[in-house]
Design a protein around this ligand. Structure first.
Ligand SMILES: Cc1ncc(COP(=O)(O)O)c(C=O)c1O
Length: 394
């Protein structure tokens, strides 16, 4: 017996739900790549991306996923042999660093725990010890999608400044852009990158990189540069140079429609929506935790991400629950990744998501907990409803 026929819920932290208007924006013939509406579309996208990254710097659009965005960021500002400090708080900063290593950088990991945010004081101490400034870049993820940790990007900038260290500051915003505040210029971020498929509500396939003046200066002498990713080439006068080849037209139309939705809602309103849905999710998880087998991966509530919640389980394999919600209810949850396999599941509240979608997902989880006889505190969904009702008055 199942109750899964009906709209399927994709509650994984990327790719996320694509709005109907965004899907429809792709249902059109291809257009000329040298003139006409595509040229203006590119200009507007590059400009609007600046307002989303909150920068006056340059923005670049790549036909690529997030890994491509990582490579674009690294190859444009680093040289082989450069020493990179990567700040661990989950899987993804490590993944970015591993890529930089393959490309020829020397990697140092500032060890961190996956259940808490990067400690700015530890960053400051490490940078103070680097009195000869061998560290050329610092890499961090704003929201780590594996652990559910959110890092304080402004506080880490203050730590870098306190140590008077000149390293470039590089931030992965793949799971945070469009979901929570990010202030590239105000927070002194030199390079930021993101992808289309999470908070930006567009199918996977576009990567975005933003660069500030210090990054553009480093770019001039960087020797990891390759033609496809190269910023200088992409700043050239011809439209095809912006993509180093045929533009991914239909994804661009999709991203345009998604940005129109996001900007119409207002970035602040979108951030607030994410904050409330995260809080509602946390209210449910807190209740379930009373059964002693479910817990938050991130212990400090202030360090829990607005876009994804990592829920740890003990004493049973989390795939029993995620299989149940998928097969019996039509709700696909994020699995534990990066070492959390079988020990966690992840609830996405990211991108094109509203209260009934999150409440429906939480309801399917609570149903699974009951059906599988997994010990849990009762009333998780009710706690989430109360949380939202209080935050969203009539
Ligand atoms: C924070 C973060 N960075 C980078 C990536 C890599 O992106 P992609 O899978 O599109 O290559 C992901 C993917 O989930 C991510 O969550």
């Amino acid at each position: 017996m199942t109750v899964s026929n009906g709209r399927q819920f994709l509650s994984i932290p990327g790719p996320t739900n694509v709005p109907d208007a965004v899907l429809q924006a792709m249902m059109r013939p291809a257009v000329d790549i040298y003139s006409g509406p595509l040229v203006e579309l590119t200009d507007r996208l590059l400009t609007d991306l600046k307002s989303v990254f909150r920068t006056k710097g340059h923005t670049y659009i790549y036909a690529a996923n997030g890994h491509g965005g990582w490579e674009a960021a690294v190859s444009n500002v680093l040289s082989r042999g450069d020493h990179i400090l990567t700040l661990e708080s989950g899987r993804f900063a490590l993944g970015w660093a591993e890529m930089a290593k393959v490309m020829g950088a020397e990697i140092e990991v500032l060890k961190g725990e996956w259940h808490r945010a990067v400690d700015p004081a530890a960053v400051e101490a490490r940078l103070r010890a680097d009195s000869t400034h061998t560290i050329k870049a610092i890499m961090v993820v704003q929201i780590d999608t594996a652990s559910g940790v959110v890092n304080d990007i402004a506080a880490i900038r203050r730590a870098i400044d306190a140590a008077k260290h000149p390293a470039l500051y590089m931030v992965d915003c793949v799971a945070s852009l469009g979901c929570m505040p990010f202030e590239m210029d105000a927070w002194g971020v030199d390079v930021a990158m993101a992808g289309s498929q999470k908070g930006l509500m567009t199918p996977p396939g576009l990567a975005y990189v933003a660069s500030g003046p210090r990054a553009e200066a480093a770019h001039k002498s960087a020797n990891m540069r390759t033609h496809y990713w190269d910023w200088t080439f992409r700043q050239g006068p011809e439209h095809y140079q912006k993509y180093c080849g045929t533009p991914p037209e239909h994804l661009l139309f999709a991203q345009r429609a998604a940005l129109d939705m996001l900007l119409a809602e207002g970035l602040e309103a979108a951030f607030h929506r994410h904050r409330l849905l995260a809080r509602a999710t946390q209210a449910a998880v807190a209740k379930w935790s009373e059964g002693q087998v479910i817990s938050f991966n991130v212990r400090d509530p202030a360090q829990r991400a607005a876009s994804i919640t990592n829920v740890r389980v003990t004493g049973f394999d989390s795939s029993r629950l995620t299989n149940y919600t998928r097969d019996k209810c039509g709700v696909t949850l994020g699995l534990g990744i990066g070492g959390y396999e079988g020990r966690a599941f992840r609830i996405a509240h990211m991108g094109h998501t509203n209260a009934p979608m999150v409440l429906g997902t939480l309801g399917a989880i609570e149903m699974g907990l009951q059906a599988l006889n997994i010990p849990h505190g009762a009333g998780g969904v009710s706690a989430a409803v109360t949380c939202l009702a209080e935050a969203v008055p009539a």
